[in-house]
Design a protein around this ligand. Sequence first.
Ligand code: ASP
Length: 463
Amino acid sequence: MERTLVVETLKKVGEEVKLQGWIDSIRDHGKITFIDLRDRSGKLQCVGNNLPKVTVESVIEVIGKVTDRPEKLINQNLDTGKVEVQIEELSLVSSASEIPIPLDTDGYDIEEEVRMKYRYLDLRRRRMARNLRIRSKVANFMRRWLLERDFVEIETPILTKTTPEGARDFLVPSRLQRGKFYALPQSPQQYKQLLMVAGFERYFQLARCFRDEDPRRDRAYGEFTQLDIEMSFITQEDILNLTEALFTELVKEVFPEKKITKSPWPRISHKDAISKYKSDKPDLRKNKNDPDELAFAWIIDFPLFSEQSKEDFYYGSGSSKFAPSHHMFTAPHPEDISLLETDPTKVRGLQHDMVLNGYEVGGGSIRIHQPEIQAKIFDLIGFSEKQKKEFEHMLTAFKYGVPPHGGIAPGVDRFTYVTLGEPSIREVMAFPTSASGQTAVMDAPSEASQGQLEELGIKIGKK
Ligand code: ASP
C-alpha cells in the first residue's frame, strides 16, 4: 500500500490508508486510545484499542480506515479535524526516549542553549517548522523573480581574502602555504564587482556572509544569508525601484496578510532621518502594536565617511579620522567630488539603506569605477601601503574596461524575521550559532588535534 499524507485523508473517507509519521500526542482513555500522528503535511487523530505501548515523538506506521467524525466531535483547530483514522495495525518504526524540551509550545521561554543542543527536536515545533518553510518560500520567490528578469545566479568563493564590511574576519589557516590564511568573505562585494568587469551586467546570489562580530539580537553571530545583487549601466534610482518591486510582490505572495504602510516607500535623506527621527533606521509604522504592518523606507544621501572609531580596526588603524559609512567601494556623490580634497566630511555617498519597521534590512550603493577615485578613498581612510596592496587587484581590474555599476544586499534571514515579528534572527535559521558563539548541535568551535596543528604550523599560546 502506498503512503498517504495526513492532509490527504480528507479526500479518502471510507478508504483504508497507510500513514507514517511521528506521535504528536497520546491520550489514553483505558480501552480506547487517541494518537495524533504528525507528518510534514500536518496532524491527524487516529483511534484504536489494545494498542502496543508507544511513547510521544516515536516514529510509527499506521494502517487503518478513514472515517468522518460525528458532527459534534469535529475539531475546528485541526486541518484534518473532520476525519479520523480507525487504527487496524500500528507498528513502531523507531521509538523515542523522553523528549528533553517541550515541543507543544512556541518555545520562547526555553533556554536557548538547550534549544540549540537539541535543535533537530526544536525544529519539530510547529512555529519553527513554519518559519523555515516560509524562509524557503522567501528565498525561492527572490530567485524566481530575478531569473525572470535576466539576472544570472553565480556562486563566489568562501575561501578567499578579506572583504571588509566593518566586522572582524574569520581566518582559515592554509596547510599548503604554511603561515598564510584565507579569510571567509564578510560579503561577496569584490567578486560581484569583478563579475561586472566580466560583463555579466545582472548578477545575484543567495550569499552566505561571515562576520566575526559581537552577537546582537538583529545580527547573527558568525554567518547569515543575503540576497546579493549587482547591476551595470544603472543609476541608484534603478536599484531602489527594482528592489522595491521585488519586495512588494514578495510580500503580496508570501505574506498576503501583511499590509505595506506606504507605497512607494518613503525616501528620506540621512540628515532628515537623524533630525526628525533621531535614527538612520526609523520605525515608520502607524501602529506599532499591529503585527501585520510593514513600514519600508529608503535612507539615502549618507555621508560617505563616518568618524573612525575603535571598532573600525580594519581601516587606517588610527592613522586617519575617516572610516567609510558603508564600505570603501561606495561612490561619492558626483556633485561632491571636489570636496574630497577640501572637506571630506561633507561628501555624500551614493549609499542606500533599506529599512523595515525600525531595522536596517539591506544596504548597498553605486560603486566607484574610476581607479583614481578608488585610490583617493584608500588614502583618505588611511590605508597603509600594505593594505593598499591587498586591494590592488581591484585597481588592476578597473584598468580593463569597467562599466558603471552598483547594487544592494537585503538580508534574507533579517527580512524574514522582522516580517514575521520574531524576537531574534536565529528563529528563522535552521542551525544558527548561539548568542555565545557555539554552533547548534555540533558544539563548535572545538579543539584541533596536535597532528592537525603541526601540519598547519600552529602553536596555541597561553591567554
Ligand atoms: N556588500 C554590502 C553588504 O554586505 C552590500 C552592498 O554594498 O551591496 O553590506
